[in-house]
Design a protein around this ligand. Structure first.
Ligand SMILES: Cc1ncc(COP(=O)(O)O)c(C=O)c1O
Length: 365
């Protein structure tokens, strides 16, 4: 889906130099590369941030900092990656499913209304595929219930209108969480993640949890975890942040080309752009509405084209989560599992690569 060595080749010497500097420095936990990246990330987001081990840890730490535990409910879409719900169960709390919008794939605020209860302690709003969930509509429904923005797939996306205009994904809720999994919009060469929080008390609490519950060295006030951003990954991220804008621009061009080329096909629906958000195109996900999604995927496969189904089974239908609460229908999530297909969107793709994929799809139909 994404040829990372080819993406990295464009600035290989910068990467080699940054990694080598860490190797030579002897600072293998924390150190200057991590400090520099955290500072740059905070400046970029215009909101305080700190690094952790991965995006799943970031979600878990955010929920721990909100005091979520047994007896509490957290509302989460049934159509997302497992990590968004796993962390709720790990803390002994209960995931309550809500549905997503059939056009945007993001959390449906109206369905959250039906999932709310007196036990609701947080809502996880996932910005799926790179476009922002409608947080303003969500806030109007949930009032003061804290939002954790799962921003794993939407680094760099911004509100372009409304109450949050100009703000980046992850900076609106009580917490935002980032994943630097290599294929993510800002990807490392291994695992990495970050936490974003405006509120100083919540920020400090989350930071302490991520550092074994320490308030100062060897003073442990609360039970925490060990979750740190690795310095070699921070060094890679410092370089990749320099190239984020050009990578995003290329992905936007590729998405526009897909949209133009595939617009006339009646048996698919192209990704809908909402008016209030930019799109960082973590995925270019279309819907095959004639029931033949798997058949189209086989044809792409035969033509040497990768494609992916994010996600084939709703979380509510996974064995691991069968004890979680099902308070309202999640039929859109279930239908999307049968319809969605993500096409390659890799900043190192040429226009010819994209046109070839479009030609195979058009021939199929
Ligand atoms: C929506 C979502 N949330 C959370 C995660 C977890 O991130 P990580 O793999 O860094 O733990 C991912 C990564 O795949 C994701 O896509």
């Amino acid at each position: 889906m994404i040829d990372l060595p080819r993406v990295h080749a464009a600035y290989q010497s910068e990467l080699d130099e940054a990694i080598h500097a860490v190797v030579k420095s002897g600072s293998y936990i924390g150190g200057p590369a991590v400090a520099k990246f955290q500072e740059r990330l905070t400046n970029f987001m215009k909101t305080p941030t700190f690094g952790v081990g991965n995006g799943t840890d970031a979600l878990q730490i955010a929920l721990m900092a909100l005091g979520i535990g047994p007896g509490d409910e957290v509302i989460v879409p049934a159509f997302t990656y497992a990590a968004s719900a796993e962390v709720i169960a790990l803390l002994g709390a209960t995931a309550v499913w809500c549905d997503v919008d059939p056009q945007t794939f993001n959390i449906d605020p109206e369905s959250v209304k039906l999932a709310l209860s007196a036990k609701t302690k947080a809502v996880i709003a996932v910005h799926l595929y790179g476009q922002l969930a409608d947080l303003e509509a969500l806030e109007n429904i949930i009032g003061s219930v804290p939002i954790v923005e799962d921003t794993a797939q939407a680094f760099g996306a911004r509100f372009t209108s409304g109450k949050h205009k100009g703000k980046f994904a992850g900076t609106v809720g009580a917490f935002g969480t980032l994943s630097f999994f290599p294929t993510k919009p800002l990807g490392a060469m291994g695992d990495g993640g970050a936490i974003i929080a405006n509120d100083k008390l919540l920020f400090d609490h989350a930071l302490s949890i991520a550092r074994h519950g320490q308030s100062k060295k060897y003073v442990h006030d609360i039970i925490g975890v060990n979750s740190r951003l690795d310095p070699i990954q921070a060094a890679v991220l410092n370089v990749k942040l320099n190239h984020f804008d050009e990578s995003l621009k290329r992905k936007q061009e590729i998405a526009a080309l897909y949209q133009d080329e595939l617009a006339s096909l009646e048996r698919i629906e192209l990704p809908k752009r909402v008016g209030y958000s930019s799109h960082v195109w973590h995925q270019f996900t279309l819907k095959v509405i004639d029931g033949n999604r798997d058949d189209l995927q086989s044809s792409l496969n035969q033509a040497g084209i990768s494609s992916m189904i994010y996600y084939p089974i709703s979380l509510a239908d996974q064995n691991a989560y069968k004890n979680m609460v099902h308070r309202m229908p999640i039929e859109t999530s279930r239908l999307l599992c049968k319809q969605v297909l993500s096409l390659p969107i890799d900043p190192s793709m040429s226009d010819e690569d994209v046109l070839y994929i479009c030609q195979v799809i058009k021939q199929y139909f």
